[in-house]
Design a protein around this ligand. Structure first.
Ligand code: HEC
Length: 167
């Protein structure tokens, strides 16, 4: 009985007499199903910036009166925290490519925008690989590469730089 129902459903799906709706479903922009109510600026200051700070701050040398202090993740929790925030950056890169996220409709070069978003994700991916093997130096290097992807995109796509955007 169950097989029969499944079979007839399948048939109903295949014997579509009007191909128009099926074609429309394929053509519909994928973003129609995504919530992009957080705009690019909010995505930056609420998601990208906070997570990047965790990744950037994970490995550092701090010079104090007592001398140089090496900051780096030491416990599993600390390594995982750096990894988790690098993962947020990967996903933020994906989110940046959703239709409507490019800051300004004047941005014609969606491909270039996407490439810059993907570069951030790729650099964050390298950071995750560094946390996988608990390599602080590699994580530090990846942070520098991530930062470069921030400035690359900002250099081209922030049309009216505000003081806050510089930090
Ligand atoms: C693909 C492009 C792109 C990448 C990559 C990118 N940004 Fe941005 N960012 C923008 C744009 C566009 C704006 C301006 C948004 C606006 O004001 O509408 C912006 C704005 C900002 C702002 C200012 C937000 C505000 O409230 O004014 C901060 C902070 C920021 N980005 C941080 C970062 C950091 C940190 C990274 C890297 C980890 C990064 N961004 C990567 C495109 C990008």
């Amino acid at each position: 009985m169950a097989t029969l129902i499944a079979g007839s459903l399948l048939q109903a799906g295949c014997s579509d007499r009007s191909p128009a709706p099926a074609a429309a479903a394929v053509d519909a922009p994928a973003s129609a199903t995504f919530d992009t109510s957080i705009d690019t600026r909010q995505l930056m200051s609420w998601v990208v910036d906070p997570s990047s700070k965790v990744v950037f701050g994970a490995v550092a040398s701090i010079v104090t009166e007592k001398g140089e202090e090496e900051i780096q993740p030491r416990t599993d929790d600390e390594w995982n925290n750096a990894r988790n925030h690098a993962a947020v950056l990967i996903e933020a890169g994906n989110s940046l490519m959703l239709a409507g996220r490019a800051r300004n409709p004047k941005i014609q070069d969606q491909q270039d925008w996407n490439a810059k978003a993907r570069a951030m994700s790729a650099a964050a991916r390298v950071a995750i690989e560094a946390t996988d093997v608990k390599d602080a130096e590699a994580l530090f290097a990846a942070s520098g590469d991530i930062y470069q992807t921030c400035t690359d995109c900002h250099a081209k796509y922030i049309f009216t730089p505000e003081p806050s955007a510089a930090q």
